[in-house]
Design a binder for this molecule. Sequence first.
Ligand code: HEC
Length: 147
Amino acid sequence: MLINGCGGGDDKKEEAKGFYIPEGLDSRTELRYRQYAVQGRILYKQHCANCHQEDGTGLGELIPPLAKSDYLEKNLQHVVCIIRNGLQGPVVVNGVEYNQPMPPNQQLKNIEIAEIATYITNAWGNKGEFITVQKAQEWLKSCEQEE
Ligand code: HEC
């Protein structure tokens, strides 16, 4: 049995590495979920990895981690707002304070935000949920009200 990339090397396996699949999804939902994850990973590399790094570990004192971030876990619904509107002011992630502005991503569509959110909250050992475009849309409404 091959475990984690001994000689496999195709992108599917790579994708599955460390990516959390919630239990109890029916096969159609699971397929959709995996598609979100694949797209989310591509978008993450384009829009986020420069700062947060491909493995989600962040960058020193400047950029907070997304992998195993307690902040992300506690603010799951708010993640879609952070992706769209960016973030300013001090935040504490895993006991470390960060205070650098994160730029907004107004150009991203709701579906793209949902894909990225699904990816980052379930990659690198994180365990979140399937953030569908419907869910993302609901949650995005709440951030508009906060302004
Ligand atoms: C230009 C660098 C930069 C880019 C690009 C960027 N971020 Fe950030 N991000 C930051 C910084 C800096 C913070 C901390 C903001 C603060 O101090 O208020 C942050 C905070 C966060 C947080 C909350 C804190 C945490 O670590 O849990 C999340 C979630 C997040 N970013 C996700 C993303 C996602 C997803 C993308 C891509 C759509 C992205 N970021 C793109 C710099 C960036």
